[in-house]
Design a protein around this ligand. Structure first.
Ligand SMILES: *[C@@H]1O[C@H](CO)[C@@H](O)[C@H](O)[C@H]1NC(C)=O
Ligand SMILES: *[C@@H]1O[C@H](CO)[C@@H](O)[C@H](O)[C@H]1NC(C)=O
Ligand SMILES: *[C@@H]1O[C@H](CO)[C@@H](O)[C@H](O)[C@H]1NC(C)=O
Ligand SMILES: *[C@@H]1O[C@H](CO)[C@@H](O)[C@H](O)[C@H]1NC(C)=O
Ligand SMILES: *[C@@H]1O[C@H](CO)[C@@H](O)[C@H](O)[C@H]1NC(C)=O
Length: 393
């Protein structure tokens, strides 16, 4: 045998072993369950049919939505399943347009699945244009909640990879009770003026990774709510939208957040870069161990901001200081351009001043009329390291 032949026979032998060693896996194509790629007929029954068979079959199974455009109504894909599950969406799924046709506040929900993979290069199109015009939730607390595009409830040891979420009516993605869940090469797109189209909202979750992703929305790029721990956001591009936010915390209950790592991210034309926000007066809790490092800002209104007086639409008594404690926060190697003169704002609570805040190697420039670039601080004595522009307080 030539070297090349030896190589090939060796690799095929290896492959044979790999397949023999693997658990059997089968493919369940929605087209075999009546799913039509005509963009009109609802494939939710077909998808659910394929899902249920795959979920109850032994081994690791794959449900496939092939290339094409499909219409799909409200769908819940639930576990637990017998083995690992993959949903490959290769085509485009279209949500119902009319928000009043939704019986609940989500479009597609994945729940109670372990070892799940969502992949395929396809798109979840929330078709939110009509709903955004009806959204008055900012002013009207009794408004009807618009549906979230994708809910992941109690998903563990799982990956979402090479998928796009487009034009959601409300949040694009909501995580609840997630554990060891990674979003990789995930794309989120909605216009800058679309209301409440947060990219990924994380709550009550532990071990969430968002990597190599591109998020442009009308609201927060990623927001991290109460009971979230060990959240790692790396190589993410945010913009347009409102940036990455921890909070808002302390509105309805005492809230605890810890272990937030935002690294090597870029923010373009966003309202905020990295933000921590808590409500005055209401509830307590603690936000700690939050680290923001190697970040580029391009034309960002508030590149670095801690706001413990967060109170939009006068929903609180702003005279009473926040009871949420903030501690162990670092902002390191953050550079680029601010769209306002105040590039760094650390507005901490007078009842519970921020503890152990460190800034190192900050270089934020501002070229506008209200310059020079500056920082404002209240109730915080940060540790300063390296070269700092603006000078910090
Ligand atoms: C986390 O999930 C991934 C993907 O399923 C898996 O490969 C990995 O082993 C899990 N990690 C732990 C600590 O369970
Ligand atoms: C940081 O992100 C850029 C893209 O924005 C990427 O090219 C680079 O490889 C990343 N660096 C690391 C260390 O991950
Ligand atoms: C700050 O947070 C980091 C990361 O969680 C942790 O390793 C470190 O011990 C914390 N420092 C203090 C002083 O709490
Ligand atoms: C800060 O950024 C400006 C503009 O990009 C650059 O000209 C300047 O050299 C930087 N300063 C430091 C200390 O890196
Ligand atoms: C903190 O927030 C309050 C309320 O918005 C504002 O009046 C005050 O100027 C802010 N302080 C700083 C340092 O940003």
């Amino acid at each position: 045998m030539t070297t090349l032949e030896t190589y090939f026979s060796l690799t095929s032998l290896l492959l044979l072993f790999v397949f023999a060693g693997r658990v059997q896996s089968a493919v369940f194509d929605v087209k075999n369950y009546g799913g039509k790629a005509d963009g009109k007929s609802d494939i939710s029954k077909a998808l659910l049919g394929a899902w249920k068979e795959a979920c109850s079959a032994k081994g690791s199974n794959i449900v496939v939505v092939p290339k094409g455009t499909y219409s799909i109504g409200l769908t819940d894909l639930n576990g637990p399943c017998k083995g690992a599950m993959e949903l490959q969406v290769q085509g485009t799924l279209l949500a119902p347009i009319n928000p009043s046709s939704y019986a609940k506040d989500s479009w597609i929900t994945f729940a109670y699945i372990d070892q799940f993979k969502l992949s395929g290069g396809g798109t979840f199109d929330g078709q939110g244009q009509v709903a955004w015009k009806q959204n008055n939730c900012g002013r009207n607390p009794k408004c009807k909640r618009l549906p979230v595009s994708l809910r992941f409830d109690f998903i563990t040891n799982s990956v979402v990879q090479d998928v796009t979420s487009l034009d959601s009516k409300n949040f694009h993605v909501n995580l609840l009770g997630g554990k060891n869940l990674t979003f990789d090469r995930f794309t989120i797109t909605a216009p800058g003026d679309s209301v409440n189209t947060d990219g990924i909202h994380i709550g009550h979750s532990n071990g969430i990774n968002i990597i190599n992703s591109n998020i442009a929305t009308g609201d927060d790029c990623i927001s991290i709510g109460g009971a979230s721990e060990q959240i790692r956001i790396t190589n993410v591009r945010c913009g347009h939208g409102h940036g990455i936010s921890v909070g808002s915390l302390g509105k309805t209950t005492d809230e605890f957040v810890s272990g937030i790592f935002v690294r090597n991210c870029t923010f373009y034309d966003t309202d905020n870069g990295v933000r921590i926000k808590t409500w005055p007066a209401l509830h307590g809790g603690m936000a700690s161990d939050m680290h923001f490092e190697d970040i580029m800002m391009k034309n960002v209104r508030n590149p670095i901001i801690i706001d413990q007086m967060y109170c939009p639409w006068n929903q609180c008594n702003p005279k009473l200081p926040s009871k949420v404690k903030i501690s162990n926060v670092t902002f390191k190697n953050i550079r680029g351009s601010s769209a306002t003169a105040v590039a760094v704002r650390l507005n901490c609570s007078s009842s519970f001043p921020c503890q152990k805040v460190e800034l190192a190697d900050i270089n934020l420039t501002y070229g506008g009329k209200e310059g020079p670039v500056k920082s404002l601080c209240a109730n915080v004595k940060p540790t300063l390291k390296g070269k700092l522009t603006p000078t910090i307080c």
